[in-house]
Design a protein around this ligand. Sequence first.
Ligand code: PLP
Length: 613
Amino acid sequence: STLYSVPDWGKGVFSVNANGLLEVAPPNVPGAPKVPLMSILAGIKDRGMDLPVVLRIENLIDLQVSHLNQSFAAAIEAHDYQNVYRGVFPIKVNQQSQVIEEIARFGARYNHGLEAGSKAELMIAMATLTDPGSMIICNGYKDAEFVDLGLRARQLGFECFFVVETPAELDLILERAELLQVEPRIGFRAKLSTQVEGHWSEDSGDRSLFGLSANQIVNMVDRLRDTGHLEWLRLLHFHLGSQIPNIRDIRTGVAEAVRYYNELVAEGAAMGYLDLGGGLAVNYEGGDTNYTLAEYCYDVVESVAATLAEGVPHPVLISESGRATVADSSILLFNTLDVTTFEPGPIRTVTEDDAEAIQKLGEIQANVEVANAHQSFTDAIYYRDDMRESFQLGTTTLRQRALAENLCLDVMQQVKHLLPQMRRIPKELEALHQDLADIYYANFSVFQSLPDTWAMDQVFPVVPIHRLNEEPTREAILADLTCDCDGKIDLFVGGHSTLPVHSLVDGEDYVFGVFMVGAYQETLGDLHNLFGDTNVVSVRINEGGNFEIERELQGDTVEDVLSYVEYTPAGLTETFRKTAERAVRSGLIKPSQRREIVEQFRESLRGYTYYEH
Ligand code: PLP
């Protein structure tokens, strides 16, 4: 089980049992036995849904919402902080209705609210949160309609804040508030000079796209004072970036933000709320950050308390943690379709009639040992390339080229197996494992389901969810169904470029799980090669270890994805019918065959976009 670093990223929630099955055991379900993911998958298949599927475990959303709120509560108590924590979930991180509804439903006990970055997201928040005192934070560019919706939310009693991102927005808010006669709650998003490390660091620093400079903030305070509305300024917001690896950067950012907060209080603003934005990181590999959730909360509360000026009342602390709230809860499951190996095929005996380069390759192949491994490798490549060149010049045959390539591959494999015995691995041989790794073709699209592996080199834990009591005997990378050279996973936990896997067994599915995909992946996925949304199944594990399928969402059909690119199924069928009729007229097919062909076309329109058995 340590092979796939399960204990490092699984946090005790995921583990491997004696039968080699990957299991889940949400710690917030007391006494529940562990449930193998293969059992859940069998239940899904029995109900007629197939792979690939996103499996969402609702208990894990609840678990993280509790963790976040309880960790802040503990930090607040430890520091004798004189106010409360209120979390808001940023809808953009996973907008799927069952996720948002679960956060709203379970989060109600903690008063957990939502963060909206657009009109559509604000409307989700207004129609999902049912407690009138719930908090809604409005970020992003706002037009009059966005502002009006937020003012309506205020009228209904929501704790709705407009976070001003640009100076022009303030005038719009003042104008609409006057018109609708509603008192807005305003926040300023400060552009901090603190810069953070990591993939998503561009939200901080002078050149960050959003936020107000010190000078803009001063001008806007003056504008509010001049219009007699400084009391509407209630909140300071900052966001340093997502997945911040270093707690020191977070502390520095918090301290800088609190200086702004102190100054706004000194200017006479009512204030009362400090919004820390996102950034709380997730441990995808087990060592991504130098802090835990508890340490994050502890350090943030301590920094705020220590930096607030004498006499300034402690503000309500808000955070917009997205990734940390939902990443754990979703797993992408897919099956393997085929394998390409880089093993030599059967090699016939080299004879005097073969090309000279082949004679050399035959000699090398018969004599590989530790002492000459490096030399054998470079020589084999040299003679193989020699044969490839001859082939290009037309001076040798396809069969001679095939023999040369096969001999060379055999040498490479022999050398690979000798690597562990070599005292020093020469640079040229460092990538040999990777060059000879199998390619496991799997039933998914990187672009639809794991866009951050492609766009950001994000590493997600990838693990076969069964056969984990067998030694994996192969090394592989995974290729998806798109015919795109980026449609692959070749970076794994621990920085490895290949994944240990098991040989396929005839007639048996080999199923991989990609873990921690609940944040951003579903939302950012696209339709490359017209592979659509996968099936999604949301389960709840209850006491007794039963799981209940709470929601099933059928993935896109071919018809669905074609309509996204402006085809109409009716129009396509009509054109296709005509093409088939022409084939009848010209005698290529019989009318009864036409019926069959058109019927199949129509059925395929209703089919899943992924590989079906
Ligand atoms: N708040 C804002 C304004 C953001 O831009 C983001 C994402 O980058 C978040 C919150 C969520 O951040 P995270 O997923 O790191 O918690």
